[in-house]
Design a protein around this ligand. Sequence first.
Ligand SMILES: Cc1cc2nc3c(=O)[nH]c(=O)nc-3n(C[C@H](O)[C@H](O)[C@H](O)COP(=O)(O)OP(=O)(O)OC[C@H]3O[C@@H](n4cnc5c(N)ncnc54)[C@H](O)[C@@H]3O)c2cc1C
Length: 436
Amino acid sequence: MAIGILGGGLAGITIAAHLEQECEVLEKESRGGGHCQTVQEHGFTYDAGGPHIIFSRNQEMVDYMVALLGDNVHRARRNNKIFYQGRYVKYPFENGLYDLDPQDRFECLYHYIKNDYPPPQTNFKEWIYHHFGKGLAEKYLIPYNEKIWNVPAEELGLEWVEGRVPKPPLEDVIKAAVGVETEGYTHQLYYNYPARGGIESLPQALAKCVRKITPDFGVGRIWKEGGQWCVSNGRATRRYDKLVSTIPIQELAHSLAGTPPEILAAVDSLRYNSLVTVAVGLDAARLPDYTAIYVPDPSVRFHRLSFPAVFSPHNAPPGKSIIEAEITTNPGDGTHEMSDAEILADVAGDLEDMDLIRRSEVCYGRVLRTKYGYVVQDDNHRKHLKQAKAYFEQIGIALCGRVAEFEYINMDVCIERGRKVAQTLSSCERLEEQPV
Ligand SMILES: Cc1cc2nc3c(=O)[nH]c(=O)nc-3n(C[C@H](O)[C@H](O)[C@H](O)COP(=O)(O)OP(=O)(O)OC[C@H]3O[C@@H](n4cnc5c(N)ncnc54)[C@H](O)[C@@H]3O)c2cc1C
C-alpha cells in the first residue's frame, strides 16, 4: 500500500478522499468521524463531541462543506444567549449589553471606553483587560473562559486569540448599551447543519470517496523497516511507503519506535482539556428556540448548553426536545472522577434550576467523554509543539488535523489542510514518476 493514514476523523478521511494514490485509513474505533461522530438513539440526534455547526471565515470552505451534503442541509440564523445573573443576555456579551441591569450595563460601557490597561505582554488575561476593560472582563469573559479552558486565564498564551475573539468596534458597544441592535462574530451569524444524521453526515459524505477505511485498528506500534513504515495494532501489521498521522500527537510519539526522550517530554507537556457531553431528552416540546446558552457562572458545572433540534428539526421526535450540556474537565478536578449517573443528576439539577426542564419530563439521558477535547495553548505550547513537529517532519511523517497538529482548529481548517496534504503527496508522486 502506498500511503497509510493514521486516524479516521475528518482530517484523515479528507486526505484519503483527495489522494490519487492507493491508501488505507486506520481507525481505532468501530467507525470513523472522530470528533464529528453523531449519536442517534430513541429518535434523538446529537453530536457526541459537542455541537458542531458548519461555518468559516473562508466562504470557499463553507461552500465546499455544504456542497458535500447535497440537499441534506438546514441553514439557520444563530440565536445564542448568555445566562448571566438570571437573565438571558444576547451573544456575544458585548453586543447584548442592553439586556443587563443598568448598573452592569454602565460598568461594561464605562470601562470599555475608559480603559487604562496596558497592551498584553504574555497572556490572555492581560489581553482581555486591555481590549475589553474591567466590566466585560470580570462579568463574562474571564469567568467563561476559565470555565471552558479549565485553567486561570493568565496561564493561556496569546497566539490563538487574534481572530478567535474579535474586538468589537466602539460604535457597536455603545449601540448595544443603549439598545440599538448589533451583531458580533458575524462569520457565524448564519450557519449550516445537516438536516438529517447530525454532523457525522459530513465525514460520511467524504468517506464515500475513500476506498479503504479499516475500523477497530488501534495503532499501537510504528517502526521503519526496509525503507517502509510498519504499523501494528498488536494483531496485524501493515506496510506503507508513506505515512500521514491525524491521531493525537502524544499517541503518535509514544507508538513510534525510537522517539527521542526530549520529544516524548515535549508532547507530554502539551496540555489539553477533556470534554464531557451530557444529552438530556425530554418528553415535552418545551425548550426555547435558542441555538446555545453560554453559562459563565462558576457554580454551574457546564459552560454551554445547546439545542440539537434547533440545529435541525429532525433531531428530536415530534412532541419531544433535547438539550446537550458541555463540561470541560481534567483528571483530579472532581468532575472527571464522577460517575455518569452523578454527572447526569448534577446537570439535570442545574437545568431545573434554570427552569429549562422538569425532572418528571426527562425520558433520555446519556453521558459521553472525549479525551482530547480542547488544546490548551499555554506559554509552553508553541515551543514544545514546534520541537515535536520538527522531529516528525525530519523523519518524514506528515501531521494533519486538530489533534495531530495540536492546534485549536475547526472542521473548515482540518478539511483545507487535509486537501493540501493530499495534493502535496500526489504531486510528490508525480515528480518521482517522471523519467530522469
Ligand atoms: C466541543 C467541540 C465543539 C466543536 N465545534 C465545532 C464547530 O461548531 N464547527 C467546527 O467547524 N468545528 C468544531 N469543532 C472542531 C472539530 O471537531 C475538529 O476540528 C475536527 O473534527 C477534528 O478532526 P481531526 O480528524 O483532526 O481529529 P479527530 O476527529 O480527533 O480524529 C482523530 C481520529 O483518530 C482516531 N485515533 C486516535 N488514536 C488512534 C490510534 N491510536 N489508532 C487509530 N486511530 C486513532 C480517533 O478515534 C479519531 O477518529 C469542535 C470541537 C469540539 C471539541
